[in-house]
Design a protein around this ligand. Structure first.
Ligand code: 5GP
Length: 208
């Protein structure tokens, strides 16, 4: 069976990176999609691991060559998902988890309707603000813009397949893991010719 796409979004500071790293470490056959970006590299980031850091000109060449599954401009910089590694992995049955903003996630859903969109929230907006401030890697003037953008992103969460609260990392990883397992089981059932609805986990149910 082919691998599936799991698209994770949520405002800056909500803890997506930690959750994604844990999913890749703890689940079998899962790979992280390394995005390309034109934003400057931050302390602690590694080119080719955190992102592929490219110039705006290089990014625009990638767009023109059709090398991206999707791209978006986020607070003045380009971000996009390279297509080739995703095709290669999913052909081999490897699932892909990716960190993509709301605009990019909705573009992916249009292009790949089977992609599962998961929006991560924090217990409160205050928590987001405090996590961003304490992370300390974003300049204050950009921070204000990111917080403003985060409010808009929250308003779009209804367009996602699932919303997951990051109250603790363990909880969030477990919930997303269940979503991934259920989505894959559903695809498997469908591939067996049963399109009759969701999988049921109750032994008495005829769909069990
Ligand atoms: P950051 O600059 O904090 O690393 O990321 C800023 C935003 O860009 C985050 O909301 C993240 O989800 C989004 N992002 C990261 N990679 C991609 C991508 O490949 N495509 C799109 N559309 N957004 C991305």
């Amino acid at each position: 069976m082919k691998g599936e796409l799991f698209v994770i979004s949520g405002p800056s500071g909500v803890g997506k990176n930690t959750i994604l790293n844990r999913l890749v470490e703890e689940r079998e056959n899962v790979r992280y999609s390394i995005s390309a970006t034109s934003r400057p590299i931050r302390p602690g980031e590694v080119d080719g691991v955190s992102y592929y850091f490219v110039s705006r000109e290089q990014f625009e060449k990638m767009i023109a060559a059709g090398e991206l599954l999707e791209f978006a401009e986020y607070v003045g910089n380009y971000y996009g998902t390279p297509l080739a590694p995703i095709l290669e992995a999913t052909e081999k049955g490897v699932d892909i988890v990716m960190d993509v903003d709301v605009v990019g996630a909705l573009k992916i859903k249009k292009r790949v309707p089977s992609a599962v969109l998961i929006f991560i929230t924090a217990p409160s907006f205050e928590e987001i603000r405090s996590r961003l401030v304490h992370r300390g890697d974003v300049a204050p003037e950009i921070m204000a813009e990111r917080l403003e953008h985060a409010k808009w992103e929250y308003a779009q969460a209804y367009q996602y397949d699932y919303t997951v609260m990051n109250d603790t990392v363990d909880h969030a990883v477990a919930r997303i893991g269940e979503i991934m397992t259920a989505a894959k089981q559903e695809k498997w059932i469908q591939s067996m010719g049963n399109t009759g609805g969701k999988l049921c986990f109750i032994p008495q149910c005829p769909h069990f």
